[in-house]
Design a protein around this ligand. Structure first.
Ligand code: HEM
Length: 478
């Protein structure tokens, strides 16, 4: 097991001596957390802990013990080896206000059942059938863009991936409603940090004080779309094998409880399935725009492998560099930027013995940028993801999709979708960051570009899609 930078094991006052806590902040962070490391930027806190205390660090907020992990051995211990001892932590539990009891927030038997029901929709064979829809949606978007126009690519990617999830997994065309849905989701995201910190928020949403009324309204709008989708599906008596068909078949009746559970499951997959991929794509366009040599190799592969035709499922394995670009983008800007667990019982991590009810946090953003695992970590370098480099790397130094039994069910779906959407759009366009546009990651439920991603669309001439004289070197920092 890894050792921490400063291994000053201590036993905080008032705790039985049997607990051995890792090094960390001596001061209680209750007040500090609300001031210096405002909830708006927990990444600063995590980076600070990793820098000053090493692989495992301890702090307290109020009476609550928290440990932050920044080493693959510890991360594996919690997500894989001792997984039975952990449930999702408080901020995830808080998302129940929106997601209810879907696959992300549910636990134990309920989680196992939901995952079993959904699994067939994510099998390789089934996923291959989604490829054409993904490409069609991307082609529709690329044909609507005009040369030299400025766009917020973050919004475009959200719309694109929302449509893809709706059509592939739920066999529903949401094009008419996508603006409304995205707007309602954005409102909720805007309130997210506030809701996570607000005491008794779960109870307050029922009372609806002014600050939360916007949340309740936005949730109602999302619910309305989801319930319409379910009703339309029922009416069609669809048996097409979509995820929604599978969920409907597993739903015991039309009682209020079953309807609520169905809604929770649908909304969970919806939100998990579109926002993450959209962010991964926005960050990828940004990184490509900053690294012209990588962008050149990316275009070269696409032109060489496809010769101008639209990609299909069978092309995905040949679009290796595109896949490497996406993987490297998720290293620097992991859409799921942190994860957490809550201990049911006392547990041991390396030399440390920690009490039940401890929260354990880990951050893809921090670990993926650790120079021990990724030398020169701020450099954008897709070569880190050649098959050879991947096989040399220690597992769980890179974990954009999590690990263990709660590992992302949509990983293959997302990877294929990412490659197909990037490829289809890049066949026709290059994207250039609008000069002066501020780019900053905002850690909400996912890692969004805080000010959107304003980019100018530039037509590509595929016949001379290669080198241009002024192309600089690849590997601009993040
Ligand atoms: C780049 C895209 C994506 C990223 C980075 C991502 C990341 C993650 C991560 C880190 C987890 C584990 C959370 C934890 O253990 O606490 C997770 C779980 C999950 N993801 Fe994804 N995800 C992506 C795309 C998708 C897609 C496309 C779908 C569905 C269409 C999806 C559905 C889910 C679900 C349902 C879970 C909960 C799984 C469980 O607990 O059994 N995700 N995702």
């Amino acid at each position: 097991m890894a050792t921490a930078a400063r291994n000053d094991v201590r036993e905080p006052a008032g705790r039985p001596a049997k607990y051995r806590f890792p090094p960390g902040f001596q001061r209680n962070l209750l007040w500090f957390a609300l001031r210096k490391f405002r909830p708006a930027n927990p990444i600063l806190l995590f980076q600070h802990l990793a820098r000053d205390y090493g692989d495992i660090a301890h702090y307290k907020i109020g009476w609550h013990h928290i440990v932050f992990l920044n080493h693959p051995d510890y991360i594996r211990e919690v997500l894989v080896v001792q997984n039975d001892n952990f449930i999702k932590e408080r901020t995830v539990q808080r998302t129940k206000m929106l997601l209810g009891e879907g696959m992300i927030t549910s636990e134990s038997a309920q989680h196992r059942t939901q995952r079993l029901v959904a699994q067939p929709a994510f099998h390789r064979q089934r996923i291959s059938e989604y490829a054409n829809t993904m490409v069609e949606e991307a082609a529709r978007m690329r044909d609507s863009w005009r040369d030299a126009e400025e766009r917020d690519i973050a919004i475009d990617m959200m719309h694109l991936t929302l449509n893809v999830v709706a059509q592939t997994l739920f066999a529903t065309d949401l094009r008419g409603e996508v603006d409304e849905l995205a707007d309602a989701i954005n409102r909720i995201m805007g309130l997210y940090n506030f809701l996570v910190m607000l005491p008794a928020a779960e109870w307050l949403v029922h009372v609806r004080p002014p600050g939360l009324a916007a949340f309740v309204r936005a949730r109602k709008r999302i619910d309305a779309v989801v319930y319409r989708m379910i009703a339309a599906h029922r009416q069609r008596h669809s048996e097409g094998g979509s995820l929604l068909d599978l969920m409907l078949a597993a739903s015991p009746d039309k009682s209020a409880v079953s309807e609520q559970s169905l809604r929770d499951q649908v909304i969970t997959i919806f939100l998990a399935g579109y926002e993450t991929v959209a962010n991964a794509l926005s960050w990828t366009w940004y990184l490509l725009s900053q690294n012209p040599e990588c962008e050149r190799l990316f275009h070269e592969e696409i032109d060489r492998e496809l010769q101008g035709r639209l990609p299909t499922f069978n092309d995905v394995p040949r679009l290796r560099y595109v896949e490497m670009v996406l993987a490297e983008s998720m290293r620097l800007y992991p859409p799921a930027w942190a994860m957490g667990r809550y201990a049911r019982a006392d547990f041991q991590l390396g030399d440390f013995f920690l009490p039940a009810k401890t929260t354990v946090l880990m951050s893809q953003f921090v670990t993926h940028r650790d120079a021990r695992f990724f030398p020169d970590p701020l450099r954008f370098d897709p070569e880190r993801f050649t098959p050879e480099a991947r096989s040399r790397r220690t597992k769980l130094t890179y974990f954009p999709f999590g690990a263990g039994v709660r590992q992302c069910i949509g990983e293959s779906f997302a990877s294929m979708e990412g490659v197909l959407l990037l490829t289809t759009l890049a066949q026709k366009w290059k994207l250039r960051l609008v000069p002066g546009h501020r780019v900053e990651p905002e850690p909400l439920i996912t890692l969004r570009p805080k000010y959107g991603m304003r980019m100018q669309v530039e037509a590509r001439n595929q016949s001379k899609a290669s080198r241009s004289a002024d192309e600089q070197l690849c590997h601009r920092g993040a």
